[in-house]
Design a binder for this molecule. Structure first.
Ligand SMILES: NC(=O)C1=CN([C@@H]2O[C@H](COP(=O)(O)OP(=O)(O)OC[C@H]3O[C@@H](n4cnc5c(N)ncnc54)[C@H](O)[C@@H]3O)[C@@H](O)[C@H]2O)C=CC1
Ligand SMILES: O=C(CO)COP(=O)(O)O
Length: 352
């Protein structure tokens, strides 16, 4: 579908910390793109803040006071609480929400889009368990919406630093090159540089799997170990990320792991991310991840803890658990009460 003025139209589904940051970039960039409608609907999961609807706050104060406080949102972003209303007339759909919510949102919008006329860009980091097995988000989108043209954007992208306009890179994984160029126009800024690579699954898997490795990095910090130990986790984690990817798709390219979505995102998340932070507190406080998420993230969602379980399920489905000692150890510490101090036991076999 297209806007009534015959221009292409973007919408963004999701308004968390990264979702709101991405909406700010898009909204500024569309102002100078002639063939794109200037208004961007942003689907906001409605909630009350001090008795007032978050959508109303965003549409009047132009700030997402809960998920990205302190940064103004351009006035051409319209917060919409109904996801069907948000996708209306849009042919360019950006999806950026915690991965556990994407399935139900796709089911809701499915009857309201025309697959052959719609392009999707997923900024989600995670994999999804379906009755057919554990799949990447792009494959879920393709299958649920019947859309062929799905790209992904993932990289070393801590949202607050991007909102602050600090320099960073990111990676677009595409299947249709022309679409990658369009998404690049929509997202690139002098401080947000994009490389495009023909490897959708490789790019999105990097983003999902590094969240699991970041949990181990947080364990290392919680155990008060130093830089060498953290570096070992990053190295072994990267090896296991690279090694498991072909089980999802044999099209994944080794070079993808050297892009921002690969090694750079792994490093930034293992030092600065929410997954790292809560895994450290898991060790030092003895509280559950769910409890820590509630106490420390103010509505933001932890992805790596769930992904550790989803990846473990994938490994069980494929009978490959023994090949991935770090992923397995993280799962066992998180879900089976294994002692965190055993994090480095049995890891030496992690070679490509
Ligand atoms: N925050 C960051 O620095 C980055 C995040 N990402 C990825 O982007 C994705 C989205 O993360 P954020 O924007 O940071 O979200 P967030 O974790 O900041 O916020 C949670 C969001 O989920 C919404 N929500 C809560 N319950 C819901 C439900 N039942 N249905 C639908 N939505 C619901 C909340 O309203 C809120 O918008 C994740 O996959 C994350 O890994 C990627 C790069 C950077
Ligand atoms: O994906 C991220 C940075 O690229 C953010 O990671 P966290 O979800 O661990 O904060």
């Amino acid at each position: 579908m297209m806007a009534h003025n015959n221009k292409e139209k973007v919408c963004i589904l999701g308004s968390g910390n990264w979702g709101t940051t991405a909406a700010r970039i898009l909204a500024n960039n569309v102002k100078s793109l002639d063939n794109i409608d200037k208004t961007i609907n942003m689907y906001v999961y409605e909630e009350l803040i001090d008795g007032k609807k978050l959508t109303e706050i965003i549409n009047t104060q132009h700030e997402n006071v809960k998920y990205l406080p302190g940064f103004k949102i351009p006035e051409n972003v319209i917060a919409v609480p109904d996801v069907v209303e948000a996708v209306k007339d849009a042919n360019l759909i950006v999806i950026v929400m915690p991965h556990q919510f994407v399935k139900s949102v796709l089911e809701t919008i499915k009857p309201h889009i025309i697959p052959s006329k719609t392009k999707v860009l997923s900024l989600i980091k995670g994999v999804v368990i379906t009755p057919k097995g554990t799949v990447t988000v792009s494959n879920l989108i393709k299958e649920n919406l019947g859309i062929h043209d799905v790209s992904v954007l993932s990289g070393a992208n801590i949202a607050n630093e991007i909102a602050d306009e600090q320099f960073c890179e990111s990676t677009i994984g595409y299947q249709v090159e022309e679409s990658a160029k369009l998404w690049q126009l929509l997202f690139e800024t002098p401080n947000f540089r994009l490389n495009c690579i023909n490897d959708v699954i490789g790019v999105e898997l990097c983003g999902a799997l590094k969240n699991v490795v970041a949990i181990a990095a947080g364990f290392v910090d919680g155990l008060k170990l130093g830089n060498n130990s953290k570096a070992a986790i990053i190295r072994i984690g990267l090896v296991e990320m690279r090694k498991i990817a072909p089980y999802f798709s044999d099209s994944v390219k080794g070079i993808t792991f050297l892009e921002s979505c690969g090694v750079a995102d792994l490093i930034t998340t293992c030092y600065g991310g929410r997954n790292r932070k809560l895994a450290e507190l898991f060790v030092t406080t003895g509280k559950s991840m769910q409890e820590l998420e509630k106490i420390h993230l103010n509505g933001q969602k932890l992805q790596g803890y769930l992904t550790a379980q989803e990846v473990y399920e994938f490994m069980v489905e494929r009978g490959i658990v023994d090949e991935f000692p770090l992923f397995t150890k993280i799962y066992k510490i998180c879900y089976e009460g294994e002692n965190v101090a055993s994090i480095f036991c049995d890891l030496k076999v992690s070679l490509l």
